[in-house]
Design a protein around this ligand. Structure first.
Ligand SMILES: Nc1ncnc2c1ncn2[C@@H]1O[C@H](COP(=O)(O)OP(=O)(O)OP(=O)(O)O)[C@@H](O)[C@H]1O
Ligand SMILES: [Mg+2]
Length: 571
């Protein structure tokens, strides 16, 4: 509302100078025509001062109006543009918060680029609607009303003549803008191609160098750069029609005013000042009419963007808890006839899997690659829901638990470790408040402490892109520390010792023995050495349980496990 008032006031103060100019011109014209009568007469000086005074008066008036107009324009921007920034801020937060609630399957379906585009570019486009589009739209409406009504009051016919090129201007701008938009989005695409290429080339620099593909990489870059260059030139061409076409149409309007207005002045219907006033009105209307085309394309884009944003906002997570139980769990797990087909790939990852794990005991899951081991971990953390069967935790369906509360009580070391660009300390405590002793203990148990204190900055060492990189085994151990520091009731270790040597593996497993005492532990592994310590062993084969039992039981069976065991001994 404040915005509308400021826009109107700013425009009124923009229009008044036109009238002041008209008066000045008329005074000048009158003076010039009357001057011969006063020349050399006594009243000449009186006449001169009167003339100068009125010109100075109007001059000052114009300056004052410009200042006042400036102030109102400032206030207008302050209200409308600031509001649009607030809306942008809220919308970004809302989308980010919503992203966080969406399940893993959502992230598998949509690529990161798309997620990023909707939270940045699309929000930006919607902001353009709430900010500039509304501001210029209001500006256009009030300016048009004010100018045209003044123009009509002076000379209706001349007004119609003067205005007729302006709608053509709007339409031209609209189309030129659409063209510019199209070219710009092509440029944007080719730019993002370049950045993806460069990013990949830098992160994969080791592979590129090792395979001596530098020249090839260079060629591919210059190819992408050529494309970008050409598209930019294309845009430049379109851009260069832009201002000449505006100028031509405005010029046409002015010529019409001068021509028809001139006739009217001769006929004595209007004054010379009126013509100047008209020309000023036309130049004031140029920008609003130009912005009409621009504003309508902003509105269209904002509409498309809001649609894309809504599409994600309306996607709701399908992982819903039925009772929101937040109680502490004791950790007994039971899988009953679980089957899961991943919706994204249609892979039947688990087929009719049933097993039980009592609280405070351990189970290890063994099997070839792709046999469905990680899938069991995914189901335990409720990253997916099974298609058939039910998972019980403490004899309660996993769906009854509040997801956040459940996940807080599970320590999950995923197969692919992810570390954030942050200190080691923060990577271990990961958002929770743990004191230094707790952090140290966790890393001691993960056999990482010694490595950390060898770094110059110790626990404050920054990891990731801007920091140092640590070895694969160190990463895995850091990930273990992150899980055990939570002291979870259920601990899931997904192949987390694959990158450490057998000796380190033994040390960690030894340390884990103590930690595992009051926890239910699921150890997923390829190695017998990790598996055999568990109270029970499950061998998965192609999504089905092939064998199940203790180490001794399975050894006596002479099945897959026994063969693996014998192989591991002879290694
Ligand atoms: N998110 C996913 N979307 C679609 N398919 C998946 C997904 N995760 C796994 N799969 C498929 O499900 C099957 C089981 O995968 P899973 O990750 O459970 O195997 P795994 O036993 O952990 O193997 P590995 O030992 O190599 O880690 C595989 O065929 C895999 O391609
Ligand atoms: Mg796996």
């Amino acid at each position: 509302m404040g915005g509308i008032i400021f826009v109107t006031l700013a425009n009124i103060f923009a229009v008044i100078p036109a009238q002041a100019v008209r008066n000045t011109i008329d005074i000048v014209a009158e003076t010039v025509s009357l001057y011969p009568f006063f020349e050399k007469s006594k009243t000449e000086t009186v006449f001169n001062t009167l003339f100068t005074k009125s010109v100075v008066y109007y001059g000052l008036l114009i300056v004052c109006m410009a200042i006042i107009r400036g102030i109102f324009m400032f206030l207008m921007r302050q209200t409308i543009i600031v509001m649009s920034r607030h809306i942008e801020y809220d919308q970004k937060n809302q989308i980010y918060a919503h992203y966080q609630t969406l399940p893993l399957s959502f992230y598998k379906k949509n690529n990161t680029g798309d997620l990023m585009a909707r939270i940045s570019e699309d929000v930006g486009k919607v902001r353009m609607y709430f900010g500039p589009a509304i501001m210029y739209g209001l500006n256009m409406i009030t300016m048009t009303i004010i100018c045209i009504s003044f123009m009509f009051s002076i000379h209706p016919k001349l007004t119609l003549w003067a205005l007729f090129p302006l709608p053509i201007l709007s339409i031209t701008i609209y189309y030129v803008n659409a063209l510019i938009e199209k070219k710009s989005s092509e440029i944007q695409k080719s730019l993002s191609k370049i950045s993806t290429f460069v990013q990949e080339a830098f992160s994969g620099i080791r592979v590129i160098k090792a395979y001596s593909r530098e020249k090839d990489s260079e060629k591919r870059f210059s190819y992408a750069a050529d494309e970008y260059f050409e598209k930019n030139l294309n845009l430049l061409k379109v851009n260069s029609i832009f201002s000449p076409s505006v100028m031509a149409l405005v010029g046409l309007s002015i010529i019409i005013v001068v021509f028809i207005g001139g006739h009217e002045v001769i006929n004595g219907n209007i004054t010379a000042g009126n013509i100047i006033e008209f020309i000023m009105y036309i130049s004031m209307l140029t920008w609003p009419f130009t912005s009409l085309g621009w504003v309508s394309s902003i509105i269209q884009r904002a509409e498309a963007s809001q649609k894309r944003i809504n599409e994600f906002l309306e996607t709701k997570t399908d992982l819903i808890s039925t009772h929101n139980y937040k109680n502490e769990i004791s950790g007994s797990i039971s899988f009953k006839n679980i089957s899961l087909t991943y919706p994204e790939s249609n892979t039947k990852a688990l087929k009719n899997v049933s097993f039980e794990v009592n609280k405070n005991t351990s189970v290890s899951i063994l099997g070839h690659t792709g046999s469905g081991k990680s899938t069991i971990a995914n189901l335990m953390c409720r990253l997916y829901d099974p298609n058939n069967g039910e998972i019980l935790i403490d004899n309660e369906n996993i769906k009854s638990y509040d997801i956040t509360s459940l996940r807080k009580q599970i320590g999950y070391v995923p197969q692919d470790v992810f570390l954030f660009s942050d200190t080691i300390k923060n990577n271990i405590s990961f958002g929770s408040n743990f004191n230094d002793i707790e952090i140290e203990n966790a890393s001691k148990n993960a056999d990482l402490h010694q490595n950390i204190i060898d770094f110059k900055d110790g626990y404050q060492t920054i990891l990731g892109e801007r920091g140092i990189s640590i070895s694969g085994g160190q990463k895995q151990r850091l990930s273990i520390a992150r899980a055990i520091i939570k002291n979870p009731k259920i601990l899931i270790l997904d192949d987390c010792l694959s990158a450490v040597d057998t000796q380190t593996e033994n040390t960690i497993l030894q340390n884990l023995q103590g930690i595992m005492q009051n926890k239910t532990t699921i150890i997923i592994s390829h190695r017998i050495s990790s598996a055999k310590l568990a109270d029970q062993i499950i061998v998965l084969d192609n999504g089905e349980i092939a064998e199940q039992g203790t180490h001794d039981e399975l050894c006596s069976k002479n099945g897959i496990y026994a063969q693996m065991y014998i192989k591991s001994l002879t290694k």
